[in-house]
Write a new protein. Structure first.
Length: 210
């Protein structure tokens, strides 16, 4: 491998991405791994992130540039020699949010967002996306006050659009995707996720040796 295998943990808020990432760090025996907290946790809370509810394409692009700076800082802290980097949300989150805003507002956010992100050297494009699929009906019980009433991150329409984006992504050759049931017991969910990560890293090892 020429670099670490980038694995993105994706899914709606409250799906358990952070918890799964920490469990995987203890479960990936034999692999040197690093875990990157989500954009909000990295900067000390969601209040330090740009607003998702952009009114114009220019406003959305400005927000993406701020998020790219956070992306660069996240990866600057990855220690050398890592074989696997687990990232709690990835560049695909940024695209999914643009897609969701487009579906909700009718403004064409996705194509300009994709153009901006693809032209930037900053994003780390994951080889594997683990999508934690959580029913919207389970979100309120898991939220426990983390997001206030009316938050876009717990909005059913927004989350349905996020899910639709990753369904579209699953139909492509890259990245590889694993669709995981976020309601599974944590040991089983961790086992399934670890197995997919090991499969991808083995394939990269084989390619690197050819």
């Amino acid at each position: 491998m020429t670099g670490p295998c980038i694995v993105a943990l994706e899914g709606p808020c409250c799906a358990g991405k952070t918890t799964l990432g920490r469990l995987l760090m203890a479960d990936l025996n034999g692999l040197t791994a690093a875990f990157l907290p989500c954009y909000a946790d990295h900067v000390g809370g969601g209040r330090f992130l740009p607003r998702q509810e952009a009114a114009t394409v220019g406003e959305r692009e400005q927000a993406l540039r701020q998020l790219l700076a956070i992306e660069a800082d996240r990866f600057a802290r990855v220690p050398g020699g890592c074989e696997v980097v687990l990232e709690d949300r990835s560049v695909y989150t940024l695209l999914a949010h643009s897609y969701a805003l487009q579906r909700i507002t009718g403004t064409g956010f996705l194509t300009p967002s994709a153009r901006l992100l693809r032209s930037s050297p900053t994003p780390a494009w994951p080889a594997l996306v683990l999508y934690l699929d959580l029913p919207q009906t389970a979100v309120p019980g898991r939220n426990q006050g983390k997001f206030p009433p009316g938050s876009i991150y717990t909005d059913p329409e927004f989350n349905a659009a996020i899910r639709a984006y990753f369904r579209r992504l699953a139909g492509r050759k890259t990245p590889q995707m694993a669709w995981l049931d976020a309601t599974l017991d944590l040991p089983e969910l961790t086992r399934l996720a670890a197995a997919r990560i090991r499969h991808v890293t083995r394939r990269q090892d084989i390619k690197g040796a050819v």
